[in-house]
Design a protein around this ligand. Structure first.
Ligand SMILES: [Ca+2]
Length: 360
């Protein structure tokens, strides 16, 4: 979610939040721990947290006693300030390696089962929002392996730690801390509205929740009650999960029927790579402009009506991969700001779709 995307902006492009956490956890083992806050202490005794609770309750029409009682149960998690730091050295981006992690037989099989089990809901979501089943299936597969990896941190602990003990050495500490403080507020508003105990909800170290890994602000803005039972549950209710992911993309201008990308090659004599790469993933070139700068398109791509972007996917030391990304490719990057992520979602979703259509 753009929500999620904000978070992920601070992470290396190469890895999903989960992987990033794993990498950071590995790294953190070798670091000295002298600066780590005390494990297991709660925010009950923290005047800053209690003052925040008072303010937040007023701003959101919640009972200040209830908000304080929740924060009093929130525990500081010492590993999280380390996990949220940008990686010490950015590993070389490698689309081939990234792809291999997500487009593999076990995830495709899990996707096939998810699709078969929820075919009706996927079709309903497409009718309602114009977002195809393969995209919803691709996202849920990349985010959480169809619910197998939804995160083991208590969301209350994770967001409290990032709100009240955000690492000051982070390059964008002020902005990020403010972001997580708003997420914590949204989280408590959501728990209150859905009548769930905030201490019971688990998620990623950054507070992303459920099968689609929605941040609380995404939940507030884009989650939908797709089965009409008057609750929104992105942890266990497949209708709400599927409807919410589809609604998210609808909100970020997914255009029904438009391809996500086209194959591209280059006319070396005409090539102006600098100009083609300048807008990064933002689609800004008409087909005519794209061709004039030395990109070569074929078939349907030549009749594309919208704007295009040249998407570069590095492959470590090997030659980079390129595609012509459409506005729909860009829409996928609003869920997580990475072209590697978007391409993995597309390829996983389409691999699962091929499996589905090969079954009688
Ligand atoms: Ca529901």
């Amino acid at each position: 979610m753009r929500i999620l995307s904000l978070i992920l902006m601070s992470l290396a492009l190469l890895f999903s939040a989960n992987t990033q956490a794993a990498e950071a956890a590995k790294k953190s083992k070798s670091k000295n721990k002298s600066s780590a806050p005390t494990a297991g202490s709660t925010y009950a005794q923290r005047p800053d947290a209690m003052a925040w609770a008072e303010r937040m309750a007023q701003e959101n029409q919640l009972d200040p006693k209830w908000v304080k009682a929740q924060l009093a149960q929130a525990k500081l998690i010492p590993s999280i300030p380390r996990l949220i730091m940008p990686p010490a050295q950015v590993s070389q981006k490698n689309w081939a390696a990234y792809r291999a992690r997500f487009i593999e037989p076990k995830r495709i099989q899990a996707g096939l089962h998810f699709w078969q089990r929820h075919q009706k809901l996927l079709n309903q979501a497409e009718q309602t929002y114009g977002v195809p089943p393969w995209l919803v299936v691709g996202v849920i597969g990349v985010e959480t392996f169809y619910g197998q990896h939804t995160g083991n941190f208590r969301v209350l602990d994770a967001l409290s730690t990032l709100s009240f003990d955000f690492p000051k050495e982070h390059p964008r500490a002020t902005e990020r801390q403010a972001f997580f403080s708003k997420e914590l507020a949204q989280f408590l508003v959501m728990a209150s509205k859905e009548k769930v105990n905030p201490t019971k909800l688990k998620g990623s170290y950054a507070g992303a929740m459920g099968l689609p890994q929605f941040m609380p602000s995404s939940w507030a803005n884009f989650a939908v009650d797709f089965d009409g039972d008057k609750n929104i549950d992105l942890f266990k209710n497949p209708a709400d999960v599927i409807g919410s992911v589809a609604h998210y993309f609808k909100a970020f201008q997914w255009q029904s029927g438009m391809p996500t990308h086209y194959a591209v090659s280059f006319n070396r004599e005409q090539l102006d790579m600098e100009a083609l790469m300048a807008p990064d993933i933002l689609p800004t070139f008409s087909v005519g402009n794209f061709l004039a700068k030395g990109a070569v398109l074929e078939g349907d791509a030549l009749n594309h009506k919208g704007q295009l972007a040249l998407i570069e996917l590095l492959n470590g030391e090997g030659p980079a991969s390129y595609v012509a990304g459409t506005e729909n490719f860009y829409a996928i990057t609003r869920y997580n700001w990475s072209s590697y992520y978007a391409m993995a979602v597309i390829e996983l979703g389409q691999a699962v779709a091929r499996e589905v259509s090969s079954k009688p």
